[in-house]
Ligand binder design. Structure first.
Ligand code: SAM
Length: 480
């Protein structure tokens, strides 16, 4: 199929021909150091006044960097990724948790334990009362943003069930707790249903492509509605047409050759940016994990930690304004390394089983995948601060209507920091007052003092200090 990034047709905006040509071009140029230097130069942030700009890279340019095996170039990529991360995201790391509503599923995804033919996994769907209990447990840890997850099953998990669940989640105010942003990761659906999700007040609509390779996609999804490659790949177009302007992309690394996936992922981002004027709000980088009746070694394309780090750094360089998400599929060690290279959002204290948060011992029978990082939220927050990061529970952009192109315009010039930094400080303060252990509280208060010192704008600084006092006195949810 001829490549056309503005096409509405999946096989044209993710053209196999173009990806194949890109991989060949990358292979031919992987030792063309003159070209590589010019690509790295193009990706560098440029400051004009108090604004910072980054051009990003095209899928062809980024693929050349991915193909290059030179150590020195790799170091340059890492340094640049780190520089861009600091320019656009400062030291903030946004924290969220997944909430599994139901593992009923009619699809046949061969890598996922929820697949319809799996008879060993107990099937479970939360009632609204059970959702309430899960949300209370999540609020009691300190969570403010969730990612909803369900299998695809029009009978057990119809859109009405998801909408009711969102309503329930937003309605629960337990002690000082509140879930202020609900992101949704459910199967590809219709424009009409995306409109309903938008009306229900969702944050980001997340849908992993799993693989961009059409033939492999069809083999990996042999049965069920998810088998339809075009319907799945064009889902973000329908979501955006329906008015959802924050969408989250992702590839499940391990299913196909990573170079192919990487080019496809960037082409998808370029397509959205070009067609809708807004690139992906987030990009997730999951790798296949062991799960009930799933053995990751059965997949031939697993990537090691070094390649994984390189891919993450290159996503940061190529799509500089996007949020990069890493989940608890990954260990503490690899999460630490990826934070340096561009990750801006992480999940904490996740339980991937349906109803997992209300159990006193972590259940594994209905888990979607093995969790590597099993620390509590307090431990994750403390660890982030130890590493020099500012943990953020902020949802202000969303509640102030700074989504889609409004968010991107601010983010692209680095201006978002002027509100994000103070908002991160205030939401961390809420966490410290309401949920933190003594040790975390002491580190957090010290960090907040340093962060306030770093605020240049005197008026903002004074306002933050005033709000922090009011948070101590019991008020909540201030924002810039
Ligand atoms: N059912 C929805 C769909 O079809 O898109 C989305 C929810 S699913 C619960 C979330 C994601 O988990 C999937 O898109 C897939 O990439 C990932 N996943 C499935 N099995 C996995 C495994 N064994 N290891 C790691 N991630 C997995």
């Amino acid at each position: 199929m001829t490549y056309d990034k503005n096409s509405a047709n999946a096989t044209e905006f993710i053209s196999d021909e173009e990806i194949t040509a890109t991989l060949q071009y990358a292979e031919e140029n992987k030792n063309n150091f003159e070209l590589i230097d010019s690509i790295l130069k193009k990706a560098k942030p440029v400051s004009k006044g108090d604004k910072t700009y980054c051009k990003g890279l095209s899928h062809r340019e980024a693929s050349v960097l991915l193909a290059c095996e030179d150590k020195e170039v790799l170091n340059k990529i890492y340094n640049l990724a780190s520089e861009i991360k600091h320019a656009f995201y400062g030291n903030r790391i946004v924290i969220f948790a997944p909430l599994y509503l139901s593992n009923y599923c009619v699809n046949g995804c061969v890598y996922c334990p929820y697949h319809a033919k799996n008879k060993t996994i107990p099937r479970k769907k939360l009632t609204q009362e059970e959702i309430k209990q899960e949300v209370i447990a999540l609020q009691d840890m300190g969570h403010k943003r969730l990612a909803l997850e369900t299998g695809e099953d029009p009978v057990n998990n119809p859109i009405e069930y998801v909408l009711d669940s969102i309503k329930t989640i937003y309605s629960i105010k337990h002690k000082n707790g509140a879930i202020r942003r609900v992101n949704v990761n459910i199967a590809a659906t219709t424009i009409e249903n995306y409109k309903k999700l938008k009306e229900a007040g969702i944050g980001t609509y997340i849908l992993f492509q799993e693989t961009y390779h059409k033939e492999s996609y069809e083999k990996l999804h042999p049965t069920g509605p998810k088998h339809n490659y075009a319907y799945h790949t064009e889902a973000m177009d329908r979501a955006m047409t329906a008015g959802i302007d924050d969408v989250g992309l992702g590839v499940l690394f391990g299913l196909e050759r990573y170079k192919y996936e990487f080019a496809g992922l960037l082409m998808h981002a370029e397509h959205l940016e070009s067609k809708f004027g807004v690139g992906p709000h987030t990009i997730s980088v999951p790798r296949i994990k062991k799960a009930d009746d799933i053995d990751p070694s059965a997949f031939d394309n697993g990537i090691d930690d070094e390649i994984f780090k390189k891919i993450t750094a290159l996503i940061r360089i190529s799509v500089p304004y996007t949020g990069i998400i890493i989940s608890t599929r990954e260990s503490e060690k690899i999460r630490k390394e990826l934070l340096e290279l561009g990750v801006s959002q992480i999940s904490g204290a996740s339980r991937t089983s349906v109803g997992g948060y209300t159990e006193s011992i972590r259940p594994s029978d209905t888990e979607q995948f093995d969790v590597s990082d099993k620390r509590t939220l307090d431990e994750v927050v403390n660890w982030l601060m130890d590493l020099g990061y500012l943990p953020s529970f902020c949802t202000a952009c969303y509640s102030s209507g700074r989504t889609g192109d409004r968010f991107m315009d601010l983010c692209k010039t680095g201006q978002i920091q002027n509100c994000c930094q103070p908002n991160a400080i205030m939401t961390l303060k809420e966490f410290l007052v309401d949920y933190a252990t003594q040790n975390t509280k002491a580190s957090g208060e010290k960090l907040i003092k340093e962060e306030i010192k770093a605020i240049d704008n005197q008026k903002v600084k004074e306002a933050v200090e005033k709000y922090l006092k009011r948070i101590e006195n019991g008020e909540r949810n201030f924002k810039f």
